[in-house]
Unconditional design. Structure first.
Length: 111
């Protein structure tokens, strides 16, 4: 199973758009896991990890301090899905974090 986002196109998106798209895959992974859909969960995780990587790559290239934040979010996602933070409360916290980006993406700009 292989997936790779178009890095050049991805880097043209705002951080809100990137994180909103990551949120979609994170949500899919959690939902598939809850429904015991192992293959769908695995596919969503692969896509989410690629999107996390593409985002961090761009932030590192820009020398942005957000690279650390996104890397931490990736770690929290994996820990909430597979590790010691595997609880509904932890998943809700993580989804709330990502949802803020998704909502910011939908707000009309003030330009």
């Amino acid at each position: 199973m292989s997936y790779q986002v178009n890095r050049r196109r991805w880097q043209q998106m705002s951080i809100q758009e990137q994180m909103g798209n990551i949120y979609s895959e994170v949500g899919r992974a959690f939902l598939a896991r809850e429904r015991d859909q192992t293959q769908r969960c695995r596919q969503a995780v692969v896509r989410a990890l690629d999107l996390f990587s593409a985002t961090v790559e761009g932030l590192v290239a820009e020398c942005s301090p957000r690279a650390k934040e996104v890397s931490r979010a990736k770690d929290q996602f994996l820990r909430a899905l597979y590790g010691e933070l595997d609880s509904p409360a932890e998943r809700q916290k993580l989804e709330k974090y990502f949802r803020a980006y998704a909502l910011a993406m939908r707000r009309p700009s003030s330009e």
